[in-house]
Design a protein around this ligand. Structure first.
Ligand code: AP5
Length: 215
């Protein structure tokens, strides 16, 4: 099963994709994570993307669609995937249709995480991750069990994303409203959008997504 998790910055796409990977053996394809890896590695894609990401603006469509196609080719045909942060524009949605059709894959659901934007700035500016294994935490909502020590790998190094400051978050929200939210009707017309309340606890949101997938 291939699904899209759609929602504004901080809606919980990455959090829920991680849970679906653990529970269903699906693979998360996060264009944000791929671009951050490219920036870190100093590749040509990373060099193009860095300034745009730091400003909260979208990276060109052909760049992200190219990396999604390449990633899918690394997976087996029966491997279910979760698209996290892709597609984000009408052009990307059209590219995804082609990418899936060329590989005989079918999009089962677009899960829209419905959230209150005011809460998202708090979610994003409080977010941090383990510098070693990448496990995600939050100042208020998900502290490590032992302060300063990663629950998963025991590392004491943590990091924050450079684009997780209030000013950049506002630009990311504007980009979402202007370019990403307008793609929902494309999928609504196909009858595959399922709206989930993203304002519950992480477990409640996960339960709501599970209910959709088990239908
Ligand atoms: P990307 O990395 O995709 O960032 P984003 O869409 O802004 O999404 P986030 O990762 O900020 O949020 P999320 O919804 O995954 O939330 P999370 O689960 O972490 O993109 C970054 C940049 O890359 C873009 O600005 C753009 O420049 C570029 N880019 C990426 N894809 C692109 C594309 N397709 N086209 C063009 N450019 C692209 O949760 C957030 C926090 O809240 C966490 O701390 C978490 O612990 C907490 N939390 C989660 N759920 C809950 C809950 N239910 N209750 C309380 N806290 C919660």
């Amino acid at each position: 099963m291939d699904i899209i998790l759609l929602g504004p910055p901080g809606a919980g796409k990455g959090t829920q994709a991680g849970r679906l990977e653990d529970e269903h053996g699906m693979v998360q394809l996060s264009t944000g994570d791929m671009l951050r890896a490219a920036v870190k590695a100093g590749t040509e894609v990373g060099l193009k993307a860095k300034a745009l990401m730091d400003a909260g603006e979208l990276v060109p469509d052909e760049v992200v669609s190219g990396i999604i196609g390449d990633k899918l080719d690394e997976l087996g045909p029966d491997q279910g995937v979760i698209f996290d942060g892709y597609p984000r524009t009408a052009a990307q949605a059209a590219s995804l249709d082609e990418i899936l059709a060329e590989r005989n894959r079918v999009l089962s659901y677009v899960i829209e995480l419905a959230v209150d934007e005011d809460a998202l700035v708090e979610r994003i500016t409080g977010r941090f991750t383990c510098g070693k294994c990448g496990a995600g935490y939050h100042d208020t909502f998900k502290q490590p069990a032992v302060a300063g020590v990663c629950d998963v790998c025991g590392s004491t190094e943590f990091k924050r994303r450079p684009d997780d400051n209030e000013e950049t978050v506002r630009t990311r929200m504007q980009e979402y409203r202007a370019k990403t939210a307008p793609i929902l009707p494309i999928y609504e017309a196909r009858g595959i959008v399922r709206k989930v309340d993203g304002m519950g606890s992480m477990a409640e949101v996960n339960d709501a997504i599970e209910a959709v997938l088990s239908l």
